[in-house]
Design a protein around this ligand. Structure first.
Ligand SMILES: Cc1cc2nc3c(=O)[nH]c(=O)nc-3n(C[C@H](O)[C@H](O)[C@H](O)COP(=O)(O)O)c2cc1C
Length: 188
């Protein structure tokens, strides 16, 4: 028996990603997002939703670009800090001890220590309400060799990404492999 619990932003799982931008003076900044996901296969695109009040918002508008750095479990504390403090008040890279790396393809920095990075140029901006949805075309992905499988593709078990639990606002690791997509359904 299902029970109505109201119109809320509860969907599972949501990611813990870090959006990298330069501010109007060229200072690198990074903020955590959970309202985000892949949104098109061709061209390859990703969406992130930011409140106008964030410092990063103006950075995306100004540079028409952003990066998405995907942290591993090892950096859960730093990822949380990127979502607690504002680049308006502090240099979050200095505060966390992490390294801002200038993308050679788009005017945006990424987090050097995180294993997977998506470099994006702004394709669309959609005003929704409290949040503005930015669609970025993924122009390249930079991956640490150590998280690639034998075919050269990123391996989720090597990345160990962080899941954000929207209900209890806690961070989780990934679970076990349940079977191959586009395949296991044939076994029913
Ligand atoms: C787990 C987590 C997820 C978050 N997701 C979002 C999000 O999707 N959109 C958003 O606008 N803020 C989100 N925030 C809040 C911002 O990261 C936070 O306001 C941050 O201080 C903004 O940084 P900035 O002012 O330097 O841009 C999230 C914070 C945390 C901890």
């Amino acid at each position: 028996m299902k029970r109505s619990i109201g119109a809320k932003t509860l969907a599972f799982p949501t990611p813990t990603w870090v959006v990298g931008t330069y501010d109007l003076n060229g200072k690198p900044n990074a903020m955590t997002v959970a309202w985000a996901g892949i949104c098109c296969s061709a061209p390859p695109c990703i969406s992130v939703s930011l409140r106008k009040a964030t410092y990063s918002y103006a950075g995306i508008i100004e540079n028409k670009a952003f990066t998405v750095s995907i942290p591993s479990e090892d950096h859960v504390k730093e990822a949380d800090h990127f979502g607690l403090a504002s680049g308006r008040d502090e240099d979050k890279f200095k505060a966390t001890g992490l390294t801002p790396v200038r993308s050679e393809l788009v005017p945006a920095p990424y987090v050097g220590e995180f294993p997977l990075v998506l470099e994006c140029r702004l394709l669309h901006t959609l005003e929704i309400g409290l949040h503005t949805l930015f669609v970025g075309e993924i122009v390249d992905i930079k991956a640490e060799e150590s998280v690639l499988d034998e075919k050269g593709d990123p391996d989720i078990e090597k990345i160990r990404p962080i899941i954000y639990g929207t209900g209890n606002r806690s961070y989780y690791g990934i679970g076990r492999d349940l079977g191959k997509a586009f395949s296991i359904g044939k076994e029913r």
